[in-house]
Design a protein around this ligand. Structure first.
Ligand SMILES: Cc1cc2nc3c(=O)[nH]c(=O)nc-3n(C[C@H](O)[C@H](O)[C@H](O)COP(=O)(O)O)c2cc1C
Length: 181
């Protein structure tokens, strides 16, 4: 079955490790007939949630009209959402965190977002897999709260510089992730 997949990236580094895995995933997903909408959060203007709780009251997801409102309709309609990101300071980079925080608009706005599929593609410099917990756990818990089903995770430690991902099987794993949808 062809699905609508939204891919939200967090790295500002074009051609970097998470982007290489993102490209591999999207290529494989499209080859399987899925429709992919990509949102490169670091190349957009997306601020944090202001907690004003006026979501959808002005006709748009967020009353503070930045680029989140351009991706919000696609997220609402999506069958699946894939987050792809490096680890920054044992956590989620600010660039993608703004998008995640503003998923709150769907909750406050009473939108029916349950039942989506979700996946993570993430990488970090250190070899210790627990470093990836800083992105894995918040995304898993947020997905659970929204009643999204985690279908796969590609978590690649030990990559620092652009191109390091090619020394791992990260892109192969990211392509294989497309089989989970
Ligand atoms: C601001 C910043 C903070 C980082 N913090 C961590 C960290 O806490 N742990 C870690 O293992 N790697 C850390 N890294 C390294 C990146 O996770 C790593 O280089 C990754 O491969 C970058 O992915 P990208 O090429 O997709 O941007 C950090 C990098 C930057 C730029």
């Amino acid at each position: 079955m062809s699905k609508k997949i939204v891919v939200i990236t967090g790295s500002p580094r074009k051609g970097g490790n998470s982007f290489a895995m993102t490209d591999a995933f999207i290529k494989a997903a499209e080859a399987k007939g899925h429709t992919v909408t990509r949102f490169d959060a670091a190349m957009k203007e997306v601020g944090g949630c202001r907690a004003c709780e006026t979501c959808f009251k002005t006709g748009k997801a967020c009353s503070f009209d930045d680029d989140f409102n351009t991706i919000a309709p696609a997220i609402l309609e999506a069958d699946a959402v894939v987050f792809t990101t490096p680890v920054y300071w044992y956590s989620i980079p600010a660039q993608i965190k703004g998008v995640i925080d503003r998923l709150f608009s769907f909750v406050v706005g009473g939108k029916d977002i349950a039942g989506k599929e979700c996946a993570i593609i993430a990488c970090c410099e250190e070899e210790d897999m627990s470093v990836l917990d800083g992105v894995r756990i918040p995304i898993e818990r947020s997905a659970a709260l929204m009643k999204w089903k985690m279908v796969g995770e590609v978590l690649v430690p030990g990559v620092l510089n652009v191109g390091d991902i090619e020394k791992t099987d990260g892109c192969k794993q990211a392509a294989a992730l497309a089989d989970k949808f």
